[in-house]
Design a protein around this ligand. Structure first.
Ligand code: HEC
Length: 313
């Protein structure tokens, strides 16, 4: 007898009550974890857990496929009693969904994901695990009850998966044609009439932040609880304080973090190229409330990396 057979025998020996307690307890554990390790941009707990989180995207495909297969067997076989195959697949899909959600909670927590879409994805995933568990509890019910519970589990899973797809890609995915990335402009045009005052935040600072920082400090990911996609957010700052304090370079963490030694753990950005001398200078002048000279602005903007996607129209 293999260990898998032994597990199956044990599960088979459970009364309905015992099985129900197991399913409820497993799902309550997910709910508790979602509160202990919430997706809010801060990191708690041992970082080694993040390795398990890295398996979320791999892990979720298995139960998604198996959940779909169970009602197919049911439908074509049409047995009043669930067959051994249906039982195995159904229990496996419930356990797999639970595991994928566990990895997902860790993945979101340790990668700075935050925001409404993530919350929806998280609770959708927990719902999918709960309904897949329910479907496996109803295996001794009639054909119709089993099929209905399996279809509901698929519905909830599809909803969670769709939100997940929108998080990775963008809203409206997959029913939207892909944008073709626009070629990077050769010349950076700073569009200001001669003599008029340039809006340094909107025209120089924001595009640099957008290209180098917002990927980790924006609406989807808020590492260090810091968003950098508006001036308000820079002033509000993150868990360590304001990123922008007018007139004070030493207190403005958006300056402090980019001027450390690049080998420093706190150096920003943590990935990708460091900011250029001109970009750092543009930040400093902006914080000090001084106008950014044209040559600095142009050189700073020319060094921003090309956006991954064409900007939204
Ligand atoms: C690849 C992801 C990534 C990118 C890109 C990135 N950061 Fe960060 N940032 C982090 C992480 C992770 C933290 C939290 C750990 C820490 O405080 O070092 C953080 C924290 C910070 C903090 C401290 C927030 C607080 O109050 O705790 C500041 C300030 C900051 N980043 C500025 C920047 C700036 C400026 C850029 C762009 C030049 C940038 N970051 C780009 C990952 C990133």
């Amino acid at each position: 007898m293999t260990p898998l057979h032994r597990i199956e025998e044990r599960l088979h020996a459970l009364t309905f009550r015992q099985a129900a307690i197991l399913v409820v307890a497993a799902n309550l554990l997910l709910v508790a974890l979602a509160f202990l390790l919430p997706p809010d941009g801060a990191e708690r707990g041992p970082a080694i857990l993040s390795i398990l989180g890295n398996f979320h995207i791999l892990a979720l495909h298995i139960p998604a496929a198996v959940l779909l297969i169970v009602p197919m067997f049911e439908f074509f076989e049409r047995h009043e009693q669930a067959t051994a195959t249906v039982r195995r697949l159904s229990v496996f899909s419930a356990a797999g969904t639970w595991g994928a959600v566990l990895c997902g909670i860790l993945h979101a927590h340790f990668n700075g994901f935050a925001g409404e879409a993530i919350e929806l994805h998280l609770w959708g995933g927990i719902g999918a695990a709960a309904f897949a568990g329910l479907a496996s509890l109803l295996l001794s019910q009639s054909f119709t009850v089993r099929l209905a519970s399996q279809v509901v589990a698929i519905g909830v899973m599809s909803f969670a998966a769709h939100i997940g797809g929108e998080i990775v890609h963008e809203e409206g995915f997959p029913f939207k044609p892909n944008k073709v990335a626009s070629p990077r402009p050769d010349k950076v045009v700073i569009d200001v009439a001669p003599g008029a005052k340039r809006d340094d935040y909107a025209q120089v600072i924001a595009p640099i932040l957008e290209a180098h920082c917002v990927e980790c400090h924006g609406a989807k990911k808020v590492k260090g609880k810091l968003r950098m996609d508006t001036l308000e957010a820079l002033k509000k700052g993150g868990s360590e304080g304001a990123a922008f304090v007018a007139g004070d370079l030493q207190k403005s963490l958006m300056h402090v973090r980019v001027t450390l030694d690049p080998s420093d753990e706190e150096f920003m950005p943590t990935e990708g190229n460091p900011l250029t001398k001109d970009q750092v200078q543009a930040f400093a002048l902006f914080i000090e409330g001084k106008p950014i000279p044209d040559d600095v602005a142009k050189a700073a903007l020319a060094a921003t990396k090309a956006p991954k996607q064409a900007p939204k129209k």
